[in-house]
Design a protein around this ligand. Structure first.
Ligand code: BGC
Length: 391
């Protein structure tokens, strides 16, 4: 366990860098940069305790702030984003992710469907928790009926990561590390994982992942924030306008396992190539959206995955990723049984997730991009959430 040292440190960053994002072809409501907020001159990081786990270990909370008033609070339990304040078109800051005010809420399985966490070793489902790798059959923990979801009974969202503040020009961040031991949840190999969350002065939350293993293993890491760009607890997200940069999706069976088909979205409710409200055709999707979309462009190259615009506040979020897919989940299983931050009750569709990742159940579908990491290779992945406002 890491010792706390000084409870609070403040790092002032003076230099500001311009992050270069390639000029992607952009569709949908584009935003304008968020203006500098009065009284906030510098980026900073604060570090403080955030309660204790049942075994006594201390959880740490990092607060990252930029000069435009964006603020991300991240804890090292589950490598979890617990709040994300973003100004609207009137300069009013609002917290746009669902979650809890204190550690207790995150520790209760019934109250925490992966809010804001890093999901691993494998994001989404593996059918029957089984796969064959190099001729050997592996049986993973099953935690959603007969299947494996989001790393199993105790995935990366339920472990304490070691953590330290980091900074570079124009960005402040927190670096989190976890060693997943050989055999954990049934997975082969000791896997060392590093995740860095950066908040930049270009109004981005960047998530950079790295992993290495001493045995071949599937790896598929993602981030699981539930967004509501109108503010957490402020109604459902069905009026948010969504654009997905995807011509195909992977249909699923009744257990939400991909059938293996890669189907064109054209002419279906899954067509978000032009922006439309999330709710526009959701009634025609049994259970609501919970599907992997196949992104245009190369795996390993940063590309636009999604753009979301919330008309009443003018908040715009673009997502760029090196991953080949994004799981669009429309908060279908939220049902009013979770009371979150500020006493807000989260009803159906009160948040949406856009989880950049490889495709679900890839170890059982050889024609999907491979998720197998071998000794000597390095897993790397980058996702950027970029915020702006529309007039
Ligand atoms: C999955 C849903 C699941 C949710 C967990 C999403 O990533 O696609 O099926 O219910 O996570 O709350």
């Amino acid at each position: 366990m890491m010792k706390m040292g000084p409870l609070t440190i403040v790092l002032a960053i003076t230099g500001m860098a311009i992050l270069l994002v390639a000029p992607f072809s952009c569709k949908g409501k584009k935003g304008e940069p968020i203006p500098t907020m009065e009284g906030i001159a510098k980026m900073d990081i604060q570090r403080q305790p955030f309660g204790n786990l049942p075994d006594g270990s201390q959880v740490e909370l990092f607060t990252l702030t930029n000069s435009h008033g964006l603020k991300a609070r991240i804890m090292n339990y589950g490598a979890t984003v617990i709040s994300l304040d973003v100004p609207d078109r009137n300069g009013q800051r609002g917290d746009i992710v669902l979650g809890h005010d204190s550690l207790e809420g995150y520790l209760s399985p019934a109250q925490n469907p992966y809010f804001g966490s890093i999901v691993g070793r494998y994001g989404n489902r593996i059918a029957r928790g089984r796969f064959i790798l190099d001729g050997v059959e592996y049986q993973l923990a099953t935690n959603i009926g007969p299947n494996h979801l989001h790393g199993g009974l105790k995935g990366f969202d339920k472990v304490l990561w070691t953590s330290e503040p980091v900074q570079e020009e124009g960005a402040v961040g927190v670096k989190l590390r976890y060693l997943s031991p050989d055999g954990e949840e049934g997975y082969p190999g000791n896997l060392t994982v590093t995740v860095i969350y950066w908040l930049t002065d270009e109004d981005e939350l960047k998530i950079a992942y790295e992993a290495e293993s001493d045995k071949p293993t599937p790896v598929n890491l993602t981030h699981h924030s539930y967004f509501n760009l109108a503010g957490q607890g402020q109604g459902d997200v069905l009026g948010h306008e969504l654009m997905l940069n995807a011509d195909y999706f992977t249909p699923v069976d009744e257990e939400l396992i991909p059938t293996g088909e890669i189907r064109p979205v054209a002419g279906t409710p899954w067509d978000f190539t032009k922006p439309k409200p999330i709710g526009a055709e959701i009634a025609a999707v049994p259970g609501g959206y919970d599907h992997n979309f196949v992104l245009r462009g190369e795996t390993g190259t940063l590309k636009l995955a999604a753009r979301v615009h919330e008309p009443s506040t003018g908040r715009v979020m673009e997502i760029y990723t090196t991953e080949p897919g994004v799981q669009f989940y429309s908060g279908n299983f939220l049902d009013g049984t979770i009371t979150g931050k500020g006493g807000k009750v989260y009803q159906k569709h009160f948040g949406f997730c856009l989880e950049t990742q490889h495709f679900p159940d890839s170890p059982n579908h050889p024609h999907f991009p491979s998720t197998i990491l071998r000794p000597g290779q390095k897993y790397t992945s980058l996702t950027i959430h970029k915020f702006s406002i529309s007039s």
